[in-house]
Design a protein around this ligand. Structure first.
Ligand code: C2E
Ligand code: SIN
Ligand code: SIN
Ligand code: FE
Ligand code: FE
Length: 372
């Protein structure tokens, strides 16, 4: 090996070191976005490129898209664009010395970024049923030299190794999206039966998310609670119209019927194998319980009430109070604050009331962003 060459290529020990540092992270990563960034970083380190990106085919097969590490945006290009598009369409790797001397080059990205692409490697890779699922691309060898055949092989191996992880992350993402869609459909189903709830479930969902984040829950858990809480009143679809939409205050026997909505929602949701729907069932069941044990349906108290239910209770009542309902006018800000101070540690968990009152403007802003 010449001295010049060792400057721009990895030694075997370095290669192993890099591989062993990435392999476990790639194997563990379930989220598609972070996986794309990880694999791109691995490729970049292996072939010593200035930039590396992993392009995936969109579901409609009209575009290729990628995520970049530090700019958090998604980039999309037409499926036929540039070297990546060529590599995809022809299932053929490319090793380009000077992009600007090649008619397949799409210089629009350079024009937007002010970047100067010179050397390019592209490698198409396949899913487990043999369809090309994307293209791995490296741009500009560090030090300004050319990529080698070895570099192309490294990129190809990285792509082959990563394909399985990528496929399962894509499936996982699809599963999450399906769950999200079902959740929103069910939440809306409860809403359309009732005349005045309007955007109530969506607002409660956003408020639950915000409460969850301030309560210190993880982003993932907060997202789950956001989605699941949109079904908190699903059981109202089982309540007769004349009660659900009664113009005015309930008689005690009407109120008793309405209270069944907690249990009804739980019964509809609790048989699911889907984790999100089971969380929704828990929220439907427990969102009218009170910390002091005087709520319904069971009269659970304190920590016996699931956290997601305690969170939903704070958001649900807040939304009911500050908006107009068929049975009540909106309350003033002062009245709302007074109620939460009064019910702190009684109807509602004290810590959650503190969060609500401390960030009250933010909760009003959520309300204003989704008017009835
Ligand atoms: P919702 O409209 O989503 O209200 C959720 C919760 O907000 C209520 O649960 C209650 O805890 C609180 N809330 C609403 N308005 C007031 C109020 O004026 N004062 C106080 N202190 N709290 C209030 P709740 O009571 O278990 O009611 C469950 C659902 O039953 C309500 O959901 C609403 O759909 C219905 N509902 C309750 N009372 C009446 C009523 O008098 N007339 C009619 N038509 N519907 C009612
Ligand atoms: C797509 O399937 O079109 C892209 C999905 C994504 O951006 O995550
Ligand atoms: C695709 O569906 O082909 C793109 C991956 C995804 O966002 O699900
Ligand atoms: Fe309710
Ligand atoms: Fe509600």
């Amino acid at each position: 090996m010449s001295l010049e060459k060792t400057n721009v290529n990895r030694s075997d020990a370095e290669l192993l070191g890099i591989l062993f540092s990435y392999v476990p992270k790639i194997a563990e990563s379930k989220q598609l976005d972070s996986l794309l960034v990880l694999i791109a970083d691995l490729g970049r380190e292996l072939v010593l490129a200035e930039r590396c990106s992993l392009w995936l085919v969109s579901s409609d097969k009209k575009e290729l898209w990628t995520k970049v590490a530090h700019g958090c945006d998604e980039i999309r290009i037409p499926i036929t664009a540039g070297f990546v598009g060529y590599s995809y369409a022809n299932n053929e790797p490319l090793l380009i010395e000077d992009a600007y001397n090649d008619s397949r080059f799409d210089s629009s990205v350079d024009k937007n970024s002010g970047y100067r692409t010179k050397a390019v490697l592209t490698v198409p890779f396949k899913n487990s049923v043999g369809e090309v699922m994307g293209v791995f691309q490296a741009i500009n060898k560090v030090g300004g030299t050319q990529f080698s055949k070895d570099d192309l092989n490294f990129l190809q191996l990285t792509a082959v190794y990563s394909a399985k992880s990528l496929e399962s992350a894509m499936l996982f993402q699809e599963l999450e999206r399906t769950q999200e869609e079902i959740t929103l459909i069910l939440g809306a189903a409860a809403e359309c039966r009732s005349v005045e709830t309007g955007n109530h479930v969506k607002r409660v969902a956003e408020m639950c998310y915000t409460l969850s984040k301030y309560a210190g829950l993880s982003e993932g858990m907060a997202q789950k609670i956001r989605l699941a809480s949109s079904m908190h009143d699903l059981g109202k679809i089982g309540i007769p119209d004349e009660i659900l939409n009664k113009n005015g205050k309930f008689l005690p026997e009407e109120y008793a019927v309405m209270k069944n909505h907690s249990r009804l929602g739980y019964e509809m949701l609790s048989h699911s194998n889907c984790e999100l729907l089971r969380l929704a069932a828990e929220i439907a069941f427990s969102h009218h319980e009170r910390i002091d044990g005087k709520g319904y349906p069971l009269g659970l108290s304190g920590d016996e009430i699931p956290l997601a239910g305690r969170i939903c209770a704070v958001a649900d009542v807040f939304d009911a109070l500050i908006n107009v309902r068929c049975y009540k006018r909106p309350w003033s800000r002062e009245q709302v604050i007074a109620l939460y101070q009064e019910e702190r540690g009684r109807q509602f968990e004290a810590r959650l009331v503190d969060i609500l009152l401390e960030h009250l403007d933010e909760f009003y802003a959520i309300n204003d962003s989704m008017p009835d």
